[in-house]
Design a protein around this ligand. Structure first.
Ligand SMILES: Cc1cc2nc3c(=O)[nH]c(=O)nc-3n(C[C@H](O)[C@H](O)[C@H](O)COP(=O)(O)OP(=O)(O)OC[C@H]3O[C@@H](n4cnc5c(N)ncnc54)[C@H](O)[C@@H]3O)c2cc1C
Length: 432
């Protein structure tokens, strides 16, 4: 029997994971990506004169020890050495420059002096109670509302919960769905000791994801079409913007939600986007001691010492990347002003320094907004066509908008496709 012919639309992590799963099972794969590069939301910025090494990414990405599918992905594409694993030990700096760190597990909170003893005990108690909740039963309320119901006070939300929840869900607790927050707490904070480890990509994102996956896929015989937009699809195949028709036994649509709905001729789900702004700053002197830190009461949420983390420290000074998550207001601030704003935030906390270089990356559609009610808007992998499947971080994976969710969705869609025979109908095994 000839191999299953598949077309994958979308070359982000979901589409790449699906393609790898399929070629590894012996299927024929044609991957169609509208951008010139693969990797989707995980990108290195186009090079500009004067950029220091390593080239800036569209934003520092962080995974957790619990992200087993993402780790398997980087292992498969041969770049797992470019993932640094750090035990959770997050220095948190307040507006008065006081520093206190959060460590893993219940004991990791004991020394966190941005909360009083009474507040720490309340946070510990609430964390245990969250561990007993079923996430999907809490999609209709915000995490802040749930925390308030459990007795958590606003200061505890600002000084503890938002330090994690905002970057993890790309929304503050008052806007994030309690379902996704409970899932994150159970998976990361209450999982095994290693589940809360921070996994930091330390090579340029484009190289270690899109480029590496492309190499592996080509070696396995896949056809990769970049700068190629899919404009229509049916059970028979996919049409591209240049008029090319690609026939397929199975199709995986691994695009964001709106593009997926358009291709499938469905109503666009009312899932909103949430932006991320990343500011890369090279200062003339070293100002931040730890490799990463979170700031309280600041639009600069997490700061990474990019030079040190990538072992490419500049000859002088310090190369920092600052991530601001879920901040639509920053999207409208002019480039120069945003650099000034974020640089001032850093120098006011860590000490004076002059800027040598800067670069801003704005991602208005960085993730879907996992607000209350969003769970019901996330579609499953199956579509009305028996041989067409959805993938993408926005689909119903149970995970927030993460690299892990993207990889899981792609692998799952590919496994469903592999249950079809070459006429695109479910095999006996799948039907039973
Ligand atoms: C700045 C930033 C920081 C982030 N930080 C983190 C983090 O720290 N940790 C974490 O886990 N996640 C993070 N994320 C989120 C994570 O990167 C995404 O959730 C994940 O990579 C999405 O993968 P995906 O494949 O589902 O979608 P995408 O990456 O969006 O891929 C979809 C692809 O489909 C293509 N496409 C769309 N329409 C068509 C069409 N008609 N034809 C062909 N191709 C099409 C698009 O061009 C795109 O390449 C961050 C995202 C950003 C932008």
């Amino acid at each position: 029997m000839r191999p299953l012919r598949t077309v994958i639309v979308g070359g982000g992590l979901a589409g790449l994971a699906a393609s790898l799963e399929l070629v590894d099972a012996g299927a024929g794969v044609t991957l169609v990506e509208s951008r010139p590069t693969l990797g989707g939301a995980v990108q290195t910025l186009p090079e500009r004169e004067g950029d220091p090494p390593p080239p800036p990414d569209n934003g520092q990405h962080v995974a957790l020890g619990a992200c087993s599918a993402y780790v398997a992905f980087v292992e498969r594409v041969g770049t797992s050495k470019s993932l640094a694993r750090m035990r959770l030990n997050l220095p948190v700096v307040d507006a008065d420059r006081r520093v206190s760190a959060i460590g893993p597990g219940a004991l990791g909170l004991l020394g966190y002096s941005h909360l009083s003893w009474r507040e720490r005990l309340r946070v510990a108690r609430v964390t245990q109670r969250l561990g007993r909740l079923e996430p999907t039963e809490h999609d209709q309320v915000s995490f802040a509302e749930l925390l308030a119901d459990l007795g958590q006070r606003p200061g505890e939300i600002d000084r503890f919960w938002d330090v994690f929840i905002r970057p993890a869900l790309n929304l503050p607790s008052c806007e994030a769905s309690a379902e996704l927050a409970i899932f994150t707490v159970k998976t990361a904070l209450l999982g095994s000791r290693a589940a809360s480890d921070l996994l930091l990509p330390i090579a340029p994102l484009g190289e270690m994801h899109g480029d590496a996956a492309a190499r592996e896929l080509r070696a396995a015989g896949a056809t990769l079409l970049t700068a190629a937009r899919a404009t229509a699809l049916s059970e028979e195949g996919v049409e591209l913007v240049d008029g090319t028709s690609l026939s397929a036994d199975a199709i995986i649509v691994a695009t964001p939600a709106a593009e997926c709905a358009e291709l499938l001729g469905e109503d666009v789900p009312a899932l909103e986007d949430s932006p991320i702004v990343s500011v890369h700053l090279w200062f003339d002197r070293s100002i931040m001691e730890p490799a990463l830190a979170a700031l309280l009461d600041s639009p600069a949420h997490w700061v990474f010492d990019r030079g040190r983390l990538t072992s490419q420290e500049p000859e002088r000074g310090q190369y920092l990347t600052v991530v601001s998550s879920g901040v639509p207001d920053l999207m409208d601030v002019r480039g120069k002003d945003i650099v000034q704003l974020i640089a001032d935030e850093l120098t006011s906390r860590f000490g004076p320094a002059e800027l040598l270089w800067s670069r801003v990356s704005r991602e208005p559609r960085a993730t879907f907004a996992g607000r209350p009610g969003s769970g019901a808007l996330r579609a499953g992998a199956q579509t009305r066509y028996p041989n067409v499947f959805r993938a993408g971080t926005w689909t119903a994976t149970g995970w927030p908008a993460t690299m892990e969710g993207a990889v899981r969705s792609g692998t799952r869609a590919a496994r469903l496709a592999l249950e079809l025979d070459t006429a695109g109908t479910p095999t006996g095994a799948a039907a039973s």
